[in-house]
Design a protein around this ligand. Structure first.
Ligand code: KG4
Ligand code: ZN
Length: 342
């Protein structure tokens, strides 16, 4: 089956073509084109929804065209379309959803409505070039850490997903981005903080790890931002080393909290696989530490998508569409900015 994926939930406009085979349960990417309006948002220190939506409109057709050329397929070769319907910014979502509906109407092809968060989970089912086939066993636990979400979900089997816990306030990526702004770092701050943290001392500041020992599987990151602000305000001037130390200590506090709850959930639900997903999953230290702590639990395998598949992209949406196939027509698809785990 050949699927065209479309992703426009926020500031990335992406189209990608995948092929997949039910008997094989592995997904191969033929193309995955991503255009981003990030540089415009870097100037404003955050995303302005209206600006993001206008850029989506500009990019969507060129991105789809390039994804078909790169995959060496024609629109008539596509068996179905998978599109992100939410969660996300309504103006951005509408661009992808309405484009997908138009294509489905003209080509008379089925559509699958994809939850963006499922996309981040299903990025793990994609086989990259030179990568061995993956055998993801259920039940699996997924930690989704992005700019808008921090969630732990249990995947009993494809499409059977139970939400276990999540952030009560800021998402992990959001906390990194807000702390980056305090430190005058460019947006999005996650990758910059990771780079600076490599030169810093993660033990220099003992920032809070809220809820780390609580009985539930929830997170809270807004207190961390306040603690960093207090620290910054107490220092007359920050030099390069101070910033590196704050970045390292912040990153460590976030990773410690994420991992404590992930390991707690993995043990409680006796999962066989742990899947990491979302933009923050691109963080090498998070990945390395997860592999390390999970090695203490027997028979658990950790999966992390390759870096380019951690941030928003259409191949992961197409993969989610393959494993959760819906034979819908264009009439049954609607953008839903508030969509969550049903
Ligand atoms: O999944 P994503 O591309 O968009 C959303 O759906 O939100 O995630 C973007 C988030 C941003 O908060 C960004 O700062 C963070 O992912 N991020 C990182 C890294 N790369 C992106 N955080 C930590 N380390 C990274 N290397
Ligand atoms: Zn995302």
């Amino acid at each position: 089956m050949t699927i065209l994926g479309i992703e426009t939930s926020c500031d990335e406009t992406s189209a990608g073509v995948i092929t997949a085979n039910k008997n094989d349960a592995n997904v191969t990417v033929l193309s995955n084109i991503v255009a981003t309006s990030l540089s415009l948002h870097t100037k404003t220190g955050g995303i302005i929804p209206e600006v993001a939506a206008r850029e989506q409109i500009k990019y969507i057709i060129p991105v789809i065209e390039r994804s078909l050329i790169k995959a060496n397929v024609k629109l008539s070769d596509i068996d179905s379309i998978a599109v992100t319907i939410g969660p996300g910014l309504i103006g951005s979502l509408l661009v992808g959803v309405e484009t997908a509906k138009t294509l489905a109407f003209i080509l008379q092809k089925p559509i699958t409505a994809v939850n963006h968060l499922f996309g981040h989970i299903y990025a793990n089912f994609i086989i990259s070039e030179n990568e061995e086939k993956k055998k993801i066993e259920f039940p699996a636990l997924a930690l989704i850490v992005s700019g808008g979400h921090t969630d732990l979900v249990l995947i009993k089997t494809h499409g059977k997903i139970e939400w276990l816990g999540g952030t009560r306030d800021d998402a992990a990526g959001e906390a990194l981005d807000k702390i980056g702004r305090l430190l005058d770092l460019p947006y999005p701050a996650g990758p910059v903080i990771e780079k600076l943290a490599a030169k810093g001392d993660s033990k220099k500041y003992n920032f809070p790890r809220p809820l780390i020992s609580s009985n539930d599987l929830d997170f809270s990151f807004s207190g961390l931002k306040t603690a960093v602000l207090r620290q910054v305000n107490s220092m007359p001037k920050l030099n390069e080393q101070d910033i590196a130390d704050i970045c390292a200590s912040t990153q460590k506090a976030i990773i410690d909290t994420l991992l404590a709850k992930t390991i707690k959930a993995a043990k409680e639900y006796e999962v066989k696989s742990i899947l990491l997903g979302g933009g923050v999953a691109a963080n090498q230290m998070l990945k390395n530490n997860l592999i390390l702590v999970a090695s203490s639990i027997s028979n658990v395998k950790v999966f992390v998508p390759q870096k380019s598949l951690c941030t928003d992209n259409a191949a992961m949406i197409a993969a989610a569409g393959f494993f959760n196939y819906q034979n819908l027509t264009w009439k049954n698809i609607e953008a839903n900015p508030e969509l969550y785990f049903a």
